[in-house]
Design a protein. Structure first.
Lengths: 340, 865
């Protein structure tokens, strides 16, 4: 519902006949290391490492992986906790470095990333204290004509501390393989369909399923009707967002979170939603991460890449690089609508 | 002042002056009372008619009982001494030898009685004088030694009026329209007063026809852009930008009524129809105290009053528009009217195929005015205006890929009832009741996919509107030629409804929010004093404007001092300094720089303060024999509490809490302006250059550092030349140049967070509205507006031929070429904004420049009677 941009788009399209390609001016500076990480209490550290690209003549939007980074997790005083290792996966769009240390709440961590021939990057994040959530009820309903799932919940932050609350929902794709065992041998049904059809009624044939959750997600739009949400700084309350954002001083937050219900369950006919599970996150995050997400919402709505619209600058906390390292303490609701 | 008379006590000692004399009546001419004294008392009165205005009417108080008391009353304040010598009364000139008397009246156009604004009235010997005000009224004290005064105006034949005037009534002057061979003269007359200064431009409407125009549409605001300090945001936009200020910082007054949206066709043309306009004034600094409400400029536009003598008409057609004007007397010499219409014709002339391909668009303007003379001192005006734009684009058009049907409609309606009154020759007052409404409707039919087999049909209608009702009074009191007071005040009732949206879809759990509405009272008071000292070498004009905005939850007041000081070195050159504090109680929230009707007008609230500006300027001006004018201006302007939005506003959504998206900051504008103007002769023209800077600074933008304002242009240059080949044929050329607009280019790009985490999704129309794909990168900006677009420049040529100039029916042909060297000027520049690539596709990133006009001829034909 971003009509203002639409006006711009309409005008641009009207002018499409008078389009000229201009050379991108020669850029200066050096590419930077890009670091994304959500240091989540109770989980192992995981950092995504990439490189930025200078905007200059001949630039494209392809990004290379960085398998040769030295990625360290440090204590606040700089002492090494562990060096993270890269476990390549064909689906990775950035290089993923993982560790084995279980992260603790109310502790500040530093990360240090060194990539050959590039400026090293450091960032730190203190993981917030436990975030308690009381989910009162959920309800299937509609919001401005859209089917939604409503969560009525109360978030209890740490007493006396400003809590930065982020709510978001994803659908994680799952790969469901079906097997049958015949004569002591386990067969994949999809690969042995003819055999399966011929033996499926026989005694001793055992059918089983194996579900694998993939590194593939669908973002589920979220909504709020709460005037205290910081989404009011971004757009209207009838719009959809990546995440719903609140900052709350001391007292509990009771609100309704709405997530789009179109993709909760998959449909074999329609590929709009993959088969999988729904993950609803209620997070307490660091202020820097919160500020990043606030500006990220703005940038996603308005990249500011044309001369009629003022650009929005992203916040970040990576010294020497780009990206964000945020501390996070979260509650996750896993909802299974699909038959896995 | 050289006023002097004999004290009464001294007269009473003289038996002749103390002799009993009771006039028969209390009102009469000077000559009548002199003759009556002689007849009744037998005392001869000696005087010279060279310095006594014998036909002047005078009013006695009724308490006079002696010859001395009667004469004292008659000549009080005139500088005449009364003396008795050898049984005779002598009326003598005072020691300075000069007697002053006041003349006043209206300056009107011969044959039509149209009031002439800005006519110079001056003594050709001393070159001291005044100018007619916005209603054609003037008042001037002239010495008895003055045998004639000059009435001059750029567009009219000069009138030499012998003095003293034939009777003591109002001295109305009728001026004939200047012959076409005598070119238009701007701001050049010997009688220039303080009103004509470096930061002020007064432009008669005839000036509009002098130079080529885009599509042949003579545009008031674009003509002002020839002058230094006045620019536009985009090529050929009527969006007027003054000295680094935003478009919302200009106060547009149409017959005294504020106009909130001045653009047709997304700002390509202004709403001010050249046929209806009589006079345009632009104030860039040294704002008279009567003006307030905006930070950067005042554009005061007056429409034609209508011919009092006979009916006239005019019709103009071009391949894109048509217009007509009809004016004449409803009651001859008493009541006149003027009606003008203008409409675009693209939808009429170019058939259904064009409309199907590109959508339907039309605009029209209606200006009307009725002017009624109650008596020679009182006059009533009623004027109204309606302008409308409508645009429909269907999603199924074959040329433009759209997903929705769009309908735009925006309109202005204004009305003004004005009463002007000459209370006495020195006191002129006008009272105006005004109504102004801006209304913008946007509707959209969308089919939002919920799944591949299910979708949501959304029919939404959004309205944004402003309504004002106001009453204002302005009074001018001329004490004498060197001292003039202005004062007045007004009340405005504002009713703003910035966003109101309704839709066909069921709200469900969504909270139904009423559209926000604001009801406000604005009160204004002002006073200004204009004093000339040192034989009018020094002119000082202090002023004070007080404004207040009252609404539920907040009260704001603003005291705005104004000062102008001018030192005249000689009659042809001066140095001037000015200071003006201004306040703006209302704000325009916009994102794009084009003049969209979707820009919201919102008031100051308990959270959002009024915007303020403090401007300083220094100007030097010199003229050579009224043919050439040179002016050099420097200015510095500090803006505080100016507002901007730090996100894209969803303008038609009642839930969009705009106050949470507004941030306040500062602005710094400074620069220098140079103007050289040839105003007389066959060859006339303008050369204007502006060197300027405009900065903005907000706490949460650009790391709190100041950055170039989106309207910052380092260099602006314009040249306009006209050559009159013969009385009926002229050729003209204009060239405009403006430095490139600031643009924020990413210095680097880096992987998008969601993309990096393998999070996909475009449910619910969430990303780019013209592409269902999202880009896989984020931009990194080291600073805002560090990159510059290409400069904008174009050369335009035009010619005007007039036929049948001596017949009742006259014809004018205007033709020309816009952008003759086919320059591609940037209208929008986009960095990979309008692409249709997949989320995962790798493709080269480009800068795309979209231009709006290349070489474009124009032709128009005008028929007049």
């Amino acid at each position: 519902m971003m009509r203002l941009i639409k006006y711009t788009a309409i005008i641009a399209l009207l002018l499409a006949g008078c389009e000229t390609e201009l050379p991108v001016p020669p850029g200066n500076g050096q590419p930077r290391v890009v670091v994304y990480s959500e240091l989540t209490a109770g989980e192992m550290p995981q950092l995504r490492i990439g490189k930025s690209k200078l905007v200059t003549t001949g630039v494209d939007n392809g990004f290379e992986l960085v398998p040769n980074a030295n990625v360290q997790l440090l204590n606040q005083d700089g002492t090494l906790i562990e060096t993270l290792s890269n476990v390549p996966d064909p689906g990775d769009r950035m290089s993923v470095y993982s560790g084995k240390t279980k992260l603790q709440s109310l502790k500040t961590y530093r990360v240090k990333v060194e990539v050959p021939d590039m400026k090293p990057v450091t960032a730190s994040a203190g993981i917030p204290g436990n975030c308690r959530v009381e989910l009162t009820d959920t309800l299937r309903t509609t919001l401005n004509g859209r089917p939604v799932l409503r969560f009525n919940l109360t978030v209890f932050g740490q007493p006396g501390v400003r809590t930065y609350i982020v709510m978001e929902a994803l659908k994680q794709s799952a790969l469901v393989d079906s097997f049958f065992t015949y004569n002591g041998v386990r067969y994949n049904i999809a690969a042995n369909e003819d055999l399966y059809e011929s033996v499926k009624g026989q005694p001793g044939v055992v059918i089983s399923k194996d579900t694998t959750f993939l590194n593939d997600y669908l973002r589920i739009p979220c909504y709020t009707q709460d005037e205290n949400a910081d989404n009011n700084q971004i757009g209207g309350l009838n719009e959809n967002y990546n995440s719903i954002l609140f900052n709350q001083q001391g007292k509990p937050l009771t609100t309704n979170l709405y997530i789009n219900a179109t993709a909760l369950s998959s449909n074999q006919i329609e590929a709009i939603a993959p088969k999988g599970r729904v993950l609803v996150y209620i997070k307490s995050v660091t202020k820097e991460y919160y500020d990043f997400l606030l500006t990220y919402e703005k940038v996603k709505r308005n990249p500011g890449l044309n001369s009629l619209i003022q650009a929005v600058q992203l916040r970040n906390n990576t010294v020497g690089g780009l990206g964000i390292v945020g501390g996070n303490n979260q509650v996750v609701y896993k909802l299974y609508y699909d038959d896995l | 002042m050289l006023l002097h008379w004999l004290p009464l006590s001294a007269q009473q000692a003289d038996s002749i002056l103390a002799r009993h004399f009771k006039p028969a009546r209390q009102q009469g001419t000077v000559l009548h009372y002199i003759q009556e004294i002689t007849q009744q008392t037998g005392i001869p009165v000696s005087y010279s008619s060279n310095f006594i205005h014998l036909n002047r009417k005078v009013q006695l108080t009724g308490t006079e009982t002696t010859t001395g008391e009667v004469l004292n009353t008659i000549f009080q304040g005139t500088g005449i001494e009364i003396a008795s010598v050898n049984g005779k009364i002598f009326l003598l000139r005072d020691i300075s030898g000069t007697q002053y008397y006041t003349i006043s009246g209206f300056v009107k156009e011969k044959n039509s009685d149209e009031a002439i604004i800005g006519a110079s009235i001056y003594d050709p010997v001393t070159r001291k004088g005044t100018i007619s005000n916005a209603y054609g009224f003037y008042t001037l004290q002239v010495p008895d030694t003055c045998s004639q005064i000059v009435f001059s105006h750029v567009a009219y034949e000069t009138v030499l009026q012998p003095l003293p005037p034939p009777d003591d009534g109002q001295l109305d002057i009728y001026m004939g329209v200047r012959h076409s061979l005598q070119p238009v003269v701007i701001n050049a007359s010997a009688g220039d007063t303080v009103l004509l200064h470096g930061g002020y431009i007064n432009m008669p409407v005839s000036y509009l026809n002098s130079y080529p125009a885009l599509l042949g549409e003579k545009d008031v605001l674009k003509s002002l852009q020839f002058y230094p300090g006045a620019g536009s945001s985009l090529e050929s936009s009527s969006n007027l930008l003054i000295r680094g200020g935003g478009a919302d910082q200009n106060l547009y007054l149409l017959d005294g009524v504020p106009i909130y949206h001045t653009g047709h066709l997304f700002g390509l043309f202004s709403i001010f129809n050249g046929d209806a306009v009589k006079d345009v004034s632009l104030y860039k600094d040294a704002f008279p105290a009567r003006y307030a409400g905006r930070l950067s400029s005042v554009v005061d536009i007056r429409t034609k009053d209508g011919d009092m003598k006979e009916w006239h008409g005019k019709a103009t057609v071009s391949p894109v528009s048509g217009s007509a004007l009809l004016e004449g007397p409803i009651i001859k010499d008493r009541t006149s009217m003027s009606l003008s219409l203008r409409r675009s014709l693209v939808d009429v002339l170019y058939g259904k195929n064009f409309l199907r391909d590109y959508g339907k668009y039309y605009l029209y303007d209606i200006n009307g005015k009725v002017n009624h003379i109650l008596n020679e001192k009182n006059r009533l005006y009623f004027s109204f205006y309606k302008g409308q734009d409508r645009m429909n684009i269907a999603s199924d058009n074959p040329v433009i890929l759209l997903f929705d049907d769009y309908n735009f409609a925006w309109s202005n309606v204004t009305a003004a009832l004005k009463w002007t009154s000459v209370v006495n020759p020195r006191l002129f007052t006008n009272t105006t009741l005004t109504y102004s409404r801006f209304h913008n409707t946007f509707s959209q039919n969308s089919l939002i996919p919920l799944s591949f087999s299910d979708s949501l049909f959304v029919k939404g209608v959004g309205v944004s509107r402003v309504r004002d009702i106001a009453i204002n009074n302005e009074t001018e009191y001329t004490l004498n030629n060197t001292h003039k007071l202005s004062f007045g005040g007004g009340y405005t009732y504002h009713n703003f409804a910035p966003t109101s949206y309704r839709t066909n879809i069921s709200a469900g759990e969504a909270v139904k929010r009423d559209a926000p509405k604001y009801y406000m009272s604005e009160i204004n008071l002002y006073a200004e004093d204009q004093i000339s000292l040192f034989d009018e070498h020094l002119i000082i004009r202090p002023g004070l404007h007080f404004g207040s905005l009252v609404q539920k939850g907040s009260v704001y007041t603003s005291t705005q001092p104004r000062m102008l000081i001018r030192w005249k070195f000689s009659r042809d050159q001066y140095l001037e300094a000015s200071y003006a504090a201004m306040a703006q109680f209302i704000h325009q929230l916009s994102t794009p720089v084009i003049n969209l009707p979707t820009d919201l007008w919102v008031p100051s609230t308990d959270v959002i303060k009024p915007e303020r500006s403090y401007s300083y300027s220094l100007a030097y001006e010199k003229k050579w024999q009224n043919d050439w004018r040179l002016s050099i201006d420097g200015y510095y302007k500090l803006l505080s509490d100016i507002v901007t939005t730090n996100t894209v506003l969803n303008i038609f959504d009642n839930s969009d809490l705009w106050e949470k998206k507004v941030i306040a900051g500062k602005g710094y504008n400074y620069g220098a302006e140079f103007l050289l103007e040839k105003t007389k002769g066959r060859f006339t023209g303008i050369f204007a250059y502006t060197l300027s800077w405009a900065w903005r600074q907000f706490d949460r933008v650009n790391g709190g550092r100041r950055y170039p304002y989106k309207e910052d242009r380092r260099h602006n240059l314009s040249m306009a030349l006209k050559y009159q080949l013969s009385p009926v044929w002229s050729v003209s050329a204009t060239w405009k140049f403006a430095s490139g607009a600031p643009f924020t280019m990413p210095q680097q790009i880096f992987p998008d967070l969601d993309w990096a985490k393998n999070i996909n999704g475009y449910l619910d129309e969430r990303y780019s509205p013209f592409s269902t794909y999202q880009v896989n990168y984020l931009p990194f900006f080291t600073g805002l507006n560090k990159y510059r677009l290409r400069p904008v420049h174009h050369l335009d040529l035009g010619t005007t031929v007039q036929l049948g100039t001596k017949t009742k029916f006259r014809h004018t042909i205007n033709a020309g070429v816009y952008n003759i060297y086919n320059r591609s000027n940037p209208f929008i520049v986009s960095f990979d904004q309008f692409s249709y690539f997949n989320f995962d596709a790798v493709y080269p990133l480009q800068l795309y420049q979209y231009s709006i006009f290349r070489t474009l001829p124009y032709l128009s034909y005008t028929f007049k009677f």
